[in-house]
Design a protein around this ligand. Structure first.
Ligand code: GUN
Ligand code: ZN
Length: 441
């Protein structure tokens, strides 16, 4: 692999911005460059300085006037729901039963799982997302397909087999023992292989018996370096149902706490209707609440209260939650995040948005040494954003006067068309040929 010099308007965050004027929170280099060797960033700085590292064989990718940022990170979505986005008219529990539990049964077939896994990774990449934490289906075959597709592209991905042993169709249920055994085998097969990370994945309290929660506790204790991902407090009917199944728990959060499933590597999707006690329990255990704005609006679930998370010192991240989420684009996701917070009188500055999609989400995953910012030694996962990708954006950009304004335009008006290129471990991926189903067969 030849050395690569990526030239453009380089932007990377150093810390969480404290408002729209916090220029100390990021590094921006108008004529900047990132020097990549063997999939890693070796240097970042002004082009004139970085260019001195280049030899005669160095490949140069000149992306000026586009922005060069760390690859975007999505901390919660469902790969078997790729073909179930835009399923009409229902709130969470009805939506799961009507559409999702039907769709996920298809993933018993390895060919289907492999086909969707490939398309799923390509869709992430064309939206500039280089890392994601995903739920697979209950079938181990779906996890194999997921990690194989990630490995083929050299993507740093987090995933796991959903465990469900009640309140789902028979064809989607494991048992507490089977869920444990299959998860164990998948961890042995995939966790730490290349860039793969495993997430122990009891879907949510409703679809796991106390025995399965007990097994999840054992898995998390036996594999402290794996993530745990589940759902918490998304919908009022869900909360009523979940707490009725665990009457001894103080509240929904306490169900997971009792099984010692709350910890620094725990990702909890949604976290909308939480009491202060529950958010404080997340803060104490350092578990991460995952804000999924397009999903929460689409299913009519409610509004994530970011300011209360901040006030109570709880960690949070942001995600698409495809297929309840309506877009693979983290730009479109932050556009909706802005509106969800605005409705509650909360501000989301464009600096904070871009921080959240990159370094913020990397920190939520404890992966900031590898991804989420451009620094020497980091993996070369990089996105190139075109602020003028659509005629209306070009027109709007004519009167933009600051970097923050430009970022807000990209977030508000941009989508996959704004992603001019994406690099995974230093390899350009945007223009990979997309397979059709017929070609895959
Ligand atoms: N809760 C349990 N499963 C799911 C799911 O697949 N999507 C969403 N949005 N919430 C869930
Ligand atoms: Zn989800």
């Amino acid at each position: 692999m030849r050395d690569l010099l990526i030239r453009g308007r380089v932007l990377t965050f150093l810390k969480e911005p404290q408002g729209i004027d916090d220029t100390a929170s990021y590094r921006f280099i108008e004529d900047g460059a990132v020097f990549v060797r063997s999939g890693k960033i070796v240097h970042i700085g002004p082009y004139v300085d970085v260019a001195k590292q280049a030899g005669p064989d160095t490949e140069v990718a000149d992306h000026r006037p586009h922005l060069v940022l760390p690859g975007l990170i999505d901390t919660h979505l469902h790969f078997p729901q790729t073909q179930a986005i835009a399923s009409y008219g229902a709130q969470l529990l009805e939506w799961l039963n009507t559409y999702i539990f039907v769709e996920e049964q298809k993933f018993k077939a390895p060919e289907h799982a492999a086909f969707i896994a490939g398309r799923f990774m390509d869709e992430l990449l064309s939206n500039g997302t280089t890392t994601a934490a995903a739920y697979c289906s209950v079938h181990p075959e779906s996890v194999d397909a997921f990690f194989a597709a990630a490995e083929e592209r050299d993507m740093l991905m987090i995933g796991g087999k959903v465990m469900m042993d009640r309140n789902a169709p028979d064809a989607l249920q494991d048992t507490s023992q089977k869920g444990y055994d299959e998860t164990k085998a998948l961890i042995a097969r995939w966790h730490g292989r290349g860039r793969a990370h495993y997430a122990i994945t009891p879907r949510f309290a409703i679809t796991s018996t106390p025995e399965q929660m007990e097994m999840s506790r054992a898995l998390a204790a036996e594999h402290p370096d794996c993530y745990v991902q589940t759902h918490l407090s998304e919908n009022r009917d869900e909360i009523t149902f979940a707490t009725s199944l665990y009457p001894e728990a103080k509240d929904y959060t306490d169900i997971y706490a009792r099984y010692e499933l709350l910890g620094r590597k725990t990702l909890l999707g949604h976290c909308i209707h939480l009491s202060d006690r529950e958010i404080s329990a997340l803060a104490e255990t350092e578990a991460v609440g995952v804000f999924c704005p397009t999903s929460n609006l689409f299913l009519g679930s409610g509004l994530f209260d970011r300011d209360r998370f901040d006030k109570l010192g709880a960690r949070h991240a942001v995600a698409t939650d495809v297929g309840a989420g309506t877009s693979f684009s983290m730009l479109e996701t932050m556009d909706e995040a802005y509106k969800v917070l605005h409705l509650q009188g909360q501000r989301l500055s464009p600096l904070n948005s871009f921080y959240m999609m990159t370094l913020g989400n990397a920190r939520a995953l404890d992966l900031e040494d590898r991804i989420g910012s451009l620094h020497a030694g980091a993996d070369a996962d990089i996105v190139v954003l075109d602020s003028r990708a659509k005629p209306a954006m070009e027109l709007r950009m004519q009167v933009a006067s600051s970097l923050a304004e430009e970022l807000f335009i990209v977030q508000t008006m941009g989508d996959d068309r704004s992603v001019a290129e994406v690099y995974v471990a230093g390899k350009p991926m945007k223009c990979r040929r997309r397979q059709t189903k017929a070609q895959a067969d």
